[in-house]
Every structure is written in structure tokens, then in C-alpha cells.
Design a protein around this ligand. Structure first.
Ligand SMILES: *[C@@H]1O[C@H](CO)[C@@H](O)[C@H](O)[C@H]1NC(C)=O
Ligand SMILES: *[C@@H]1O[C@H](CO)[C@@H](O)[C@H](O)[C@H]1NC(C)=O
Ligand SMILES: *[C@@H]1O[C@H](CO)[C@@H](O)[C@H](O)[C@H]1NC(C)=O
Ligand SMILES: *[C@@H]1O[C@H](CO)[C@@H](O)[C@H](O)[C@H]1NC(C)=O
Ligand SMILES: *[C@@H]1O[C@H](CO)[C@@H](O)[C@H](O)[C@H]1NC(C)=O
Ligand SMILES: *[C@@H]1O[C@H](CO)[C@@H](O)[C@H](O)[C@H]1NC(C)=O
Length: 235
């Protein structure tokens, strides 16, 4: 009986943790763009996708934010100062739909909590900055030139209202104030459960591996021993 409980709780845990990463299933980017890495962000229905060349520092990203309306702005930013101030110092990519239906995508350097996100040059060169809005989802595309050999960035992301084509202050709900974290651009470090980091990706792929091992083991046992014996062994 104890074994039964253990086996089921193991299965349950494995299933839960391997369904945590959903960004991999989305493939419908503009111009057939593909990304080698992605990370589901823990707040505000957001995911970040990227390709990165550390020797050149070229970071190609797509930031996907779902569950929003045509009168929302969304933003994804790097904050080179740190995550303490999060918003102040953020080098932001901003996008929203103008009232005439055109998407506006631009950069804004955030220096004040009262900002209306005016257009500004960032401390990084940004190229190919575009955005799309469809099916309650905005995707921002851009290529940023980071200092070469950068491995980790502080990321901040956000959503807020737009009125008369001007971004307004974002809500101060916990989801809006917690939406920041570290993004490891290259290798995934030892798994930990800190939110906002892509360690979630590592533990999820590890447990998919364990799940596969489990399935293969069961298949092999079935072939060799038959179900009756498995029942005896496991239950
Ligand atoms: C995207 O890929 C499809 C199928 O391979 C191709 O027909 C289409 O022309 C591509 N579109 C762009 C913008 O490259
Ligand atoms: C990465 O950047 C370096 C330096 O600019 C370049 O030589 C190399 O070809 C790039 N690698 C890829 C895969 O694009
Ligand atoms: C996430 O999206 C769903 C709809 O897809 C929406 O109901 C929910 O409010 C969104 N959550 C946030 C924090 O924006
Ligand atoms: C919408 O407005 C913006 C800013 O005023 C302008 O640049 C753009 O061309 C307009 N788009 C259309 C389709 O009129
Ligand atoms: C910008 O996009 C064009 C067309 O897709 C591509 O050829 C070019 O390499 C891109 N530039 C950068 C810096 O990503
Ligand atoms: C980046 O790292 C490579 C390999 O470690 C090194 O040769 C190069 O000098 C570094 N570049 C910078 C700008 O630090």
C-alpha cells in the first residue's frame, strides 16, 4: 500500500513539474523566426524567447504577453543597475496598439516612477524592433547588442493601460510589482526554485527525462515480466 502511494505521488509530481514549461509549444512567430531558448515568466502571462551569441553579445528576443486588450501597453526591459529598483534604470522595449490600429514598438529608458514611457534611446543598440497584436496577445521582437560575454541579465516586464495613445501607470498588484528576475542567457545553473529565473526550465527538462526513464522501465518490465509480475512488484 505504501508503495502504491509512493508510486502515485511520484507520478503526480513528475507530471506536474513537466507541464510547468509551456513556452516551447508556441511556434507562430513572425517571419518564421525560431528561438533556441525560452522561459515562462512567473507573472503577467508572459514568456521570453531568445537566441544569443555571447562572443558578439547579440541577443535576439521575442517577448510574448497574452491575455491583454487593444488598450494595454506591454514592456520588457533589461535593468543593468539591478533588481532593487527594478523600474528605475530599466532599458525598456514598449509596444501597444495606436487608436488608428497601427502597432507602435519603441524604446524607453525609465528614469521616474511617474513616467508615461516617452521614446528614448537605450544604452544598448536595438535593431529590428517590431511588435504584433492578435488574439489578445502582443509579441515584441528585437535584437539587442549587449556587451560581449554577458551571461546574465536582470529582466523586468510589465503591462498597463493606454489612453489617447499615451501609456498610463501600471497597476500596483503583487503580479505587477513581482514581475522581475534574473535571466541566464547561456547555461542553466544548478536547479533552484527562485521565481523569475530560468531554473524552472532546467528542472522541467530533468523531470521529463526521469519520466521517460520511468516509462521505458515500465515498458521493459512489461515485456520481460508481464503485467501480473509488475503488479506484484509495484503494488
Ligand atoms: C515561412 O515558411 C514557409 C514554409 O516553409 C514559407 O512558405 C514562407 O514563405 C516563409 N515565410 C517567410 C516570411 O519567410
Ligand atoms: C557570433 O559572433 C561572432 C563574433 O561577431 C561571429 O564570429 C560568429 O560567427 C557568431 N556566431 C553565430 C553562430 O552567429
Ligand atoms: C492572464 O490571462 C487571462 C486570460 O487569458 C486573464 O484572465 C488574466 O487576468 C491574465 N492575468 C494577468 C495577471 O494579466
Ligand atoms: C497611425 O498613427 C501613427 C502616429 O500618428 C502614424 O505614424 C501611422 O502612420 C498611422 N497609421 C495609419 C494606418 O494611419
Ligand atoms: C534584421 O532583420 C533582417 C530581416 O529579417 C535580417 O536580415 C537582419 O539580419 C536582422 N538584423 C539583426 C541585427 O538581427
Ligand atoms: C570574451 O571571452 C573570450 C573567451 O573567454 C575572451 O577571449 C574575450 O577577450 C572576451 N571579451 C571581452 C570583451 O571580455
Amino acid at each position: 500500500m505504501l508503495r502504491l502511494v509512493l508510486v502515485f505521488s511520484l507520478l503526480f509530481t513528475l507530471c506536474l513539474s513537466s507541464s510547468a514549461q509551456t513556452c516551447h509549444t508556441y511556434k507562430s512567430f513572425s517571419n518564421n523566426l525560431t528561438y533556441s531558448s525560452c522561459n515562462d515568466l512567473p507573472y503577467l502571462n508572459s514568456s521570453i524567447y531568445w537566441n544569443y551569441n555571447s562572443s558578439s553579445g547579440s541577443l535576439q528576443i521575442a517577448y510574448r504577453h497574452t491575455g491583454i486588450t487593444a488598450s494595454n501597453w506591454v514592456a520588457w526591459a533589461i535593468n543593468p543597475i539591478g533588481l532593487q529598483s527594478a523600474m528605475i534604470g530599466a532599458q525598456a522595449l514598449v509596444a501597444f496598439q495606436l487608436s488608428n490600429g497601427t502597432m507602435r514598438a519603441y524604446t524607453s529608458k525609465i528614469t521616474s516612477y511617474a513616467t508615461t514611457l516617452p521614446e528614448d534611446k537605450l544604452q544598448y543598440d536595438v535593431s529590428n524592433l517590431t511588435a504584433t497584436y492578435a488574439n489578445s496577445q502582443i509579441i515584441i521582437y528585437a535584437t539587442l547588442a549587449l556587451p560581449s560575454n554577458t551571461t546574465t541579465i536582470n529582466q523586468v516586464w510589465q503591462e498597463g493601460p493606454v489612453s489617447n495613445d499615451i501609456p498610463g501607470a501600471h497597476p500596483l498588484a503583487p503580479d505587477n510589482t513581482n514581475s522581475k528576475g534574473t535571466l541566464h542567457l547561456i547555461s542553466t545553473p544548478a536547479p533552484s526554485r527562485r521565481s523569475g529565473t530560468n531554473s524552472i526550465a532546467a528542472s522541467s527538462s530533468r523531470s521529463s527525462g526521469r519520466m521517460l526513464t520511468w516509462v521505458l522501465l515500465r515498458f521493459w518490465l512489461t515485456m520481460v515480466c508481464g503485467w501480473k509480475l509488475i503488479h506484484v512488484i509495484l503494488f
